[in-house]
Design a protein around this ligand. Structure first.
Ligand SMILES: NC(=O)c1ccc[n+]([C@@H]2O[C@H](COP(=O)([O-])OP(=O)(O)OC[C@H]3O[C@@H](n4cnc5c(N)ncnc54)[C@H](O)[C@@H]3O)[C@@H](O)[C@H]2O)c1
Ligand SMILES: O=P(O)(O)OC[C@H](O)CO
Length: 341
């Protein structure tokens, strides 16, 4: 299969390496980056020093900075079977617009809500952006618990490929399933995307909790009640409850909320150490989608009448309206409720 990965951050690079290393499939993989200097460096040194240091490129991985519309032109004999969009959520709309004319199957990897395009408009999940930009595309999303460094190193990982189209799910499995990477299929795109977006916000909360040394009980409570609020929002957006027991729900929440490789968790830890949000984001050097999605998650939930107290506390913290101890007090000071999602 011929695969192009658009966006050479940590995750795009890791998945491109994993697919190119899969000898059973013998894929030809192209990694596209917008920075021509970075492409030159990656082509010469066969490693992405900036975003994924120490992970060498297999021979079947090529890097390019050529014009995307030319690369994807159907008349071009080099065109691809699968286009993977590996930008952060902020780049999804513009990249979908660039690939809208392709005949290829498309999938994105980003986990978050797009920021509202104008005040009062709802911020959108990836499949909603697709509906507004290129509804005709055969497309889907790849998500699940997966730190880029571990996938690049070939450590066992399981992902989920979600699409309403069976052919898209099948192609994504064929592209990425390997002895080191299991890819499950799921039709519930809304559920998979809500899980991937909301777990980032919740990981900021658990990072803060652990940074403040509130204890293991507090972290378990945050994860469990976070799962409940994630599920509530998902159901209100048309998702299936059982999806949140899967890889993109519970799986990614546990990984991101507890794994010290998580950028979102690191933001919470930095805020607990009294750093400003600007400092926390700057020292990451990578995107932490929860910082940009939290407000939108809260707005979508509020519009739908879905209570999301942990998300609300994270928004207060990120907006500078709450100090860390006030966020904890706001959560713990609420009256008793039934344990339902
Ligand atoms: N890193 C991981 O372990 C991981 C795992 C699963 C999913 N994700 C998700 O994948 C997405 C990308 O994460 P990442 O870790 O690769 O981020 P990163 O911060 O490591 O890199 C982001 C990359 O995207 C590029 N980029 C930004 N805007 C772009 C645009 N408009 N067009 C083209 N390229 C653009 C940047 O130049 C950079 O190369 C995020 O939504 C993240 O939540 C990351
Ligand atoms: O480092 P984070 O917090 O962006 O999380 C990375 C992946 O989404 C984990 O599945």
């Amino acid at each position: 299969m011929k695969i192009i990965v658009i966006g050479a951050g940590a995750w795009g690079t890791a998945l491109a390496i994993s697919a190119a290393r899969n000898e059973r499939q013998a894929h030809a993989v192209t990694l596209w980056a917008r920075d021509a200097v970075a492409v030159q460096q990656m082509a010469a040194e066969r490693v992405n020093h900036r975003y994924l240091p120490g992970c060498g490129f297999p021979p079947a991985l090529n890097v390019t900075n050529e014009d995307i519309s030319k690369l994807l032109a159907p008349s071009d004999g080099r065109s691809f079977d699968l286009v993977i969009i590996a930008t952060p959520m902020a780049g999804l709309r513009s990249t979908l617009q660039q690939v809208a004319q392709t005949q290829c199957t498309v999938a994105w990897l980003c986990k978050g809500f797009e920021a509202p395009l104008e005040p009062g408009a709802p911020g959108l999940l990836g499949y909603e952006v697709l509906q507004s930009v290129a509804p005709h595309l055969q497309a889907g999303v790849l998500s699940g618990p997966s730190f880029a460094q571990e996938v690049a190193a070939g450590q066992p990982t399981a992902l989920v490929a979600a699409s309403p189209h069976e052919s898209v799910r099948r192609l994504l499995v064929e592209a990425f399933h390997s002895p080191e990477l299991r890819v499950y299929a799921n039709e519930d795109v809304a559920g998979v995307e809500v899980g991937g977006a909301v777990k980032n916000v919740l990981a900021i909360a658990t990072g803060l909790c652990d940074g403040l040394h509130l204890g293991l009980n507090a972290r378990a409570a945050l994860i469990t009640r976070g799962l409940a609020e994630m599920t509530r929002l998902g159901i209100a957006l048309g998702a299936k409850a059982e999806t949140f027991m899967g890889l993109s729900g519970l799986g990614d929440l546990v990984l991101t909320a507890t794994g010290d490789l998580s950028r979102n968790r690191k933001v919470g830890q930095a805020l607990a150490a009294n750093k400003t949000l600007e400092q926390a984001v700057a020292e990451l050097g990578h995107v932490a989608e929860g910082v940009y999605s939290a407000r939108t998650v809260w707005q979508r939930a509020s519009t739908l009448g879905v209570p999301m107290p942990i998300t609300q506390a994270v928004v207060g913290l990120l907006d500078g309206q709450l100090k860390a101890h006030q966020a904890v007090a706001a959560l713990m000071g609420r009256g008793p409720v039934s344990e339902v999602y």
